[in-house]
Design a protein around this ligand. Structure first.
Ligand code: TRP
Length: 73
């Protein structure tokens, strides 16, 4: 059941974490990827991943548009 859409995360500071959470009755972290400023991760929702948590300052591009995570001034 992988969603064909990709989510793009562009880190705007060092140490941004992209955390994958499991699909199913248990919702647990299963993967954490650390991005430094300017690094990009391209990811999908899959059989194993139902949600993602972004920690740190990043731009997140998806079918829903662009959102910014991280500290607001
Ligand atoms: N093995 C994971 C999966 O197939 C890889 C993955 C896909 C992932 N999307 C992710 C990891 C998003 C972290 C965040 O689901």
């Amino acid at each position: 059941m992988t969603n064909p859409d990709y989510i793009i995360i562009r880190a705007e500071e060092d140490g941004v974490h992209v955390i994958g959470l499991t699909r199913g009755t248990d919702t647990k972290f299963h993967h954490s990827e650390k991005l430094d400023a300017g690094e990009v991760m391209i990811a999908q929702f899959t059989d194993h991943t139902s949600a993602m948590k972004i920690r740190g300052k990043a731009q997140i591009y998806s079918a829903h548009g662009v959102v910014e995570s991280g500290n607001k001034k």
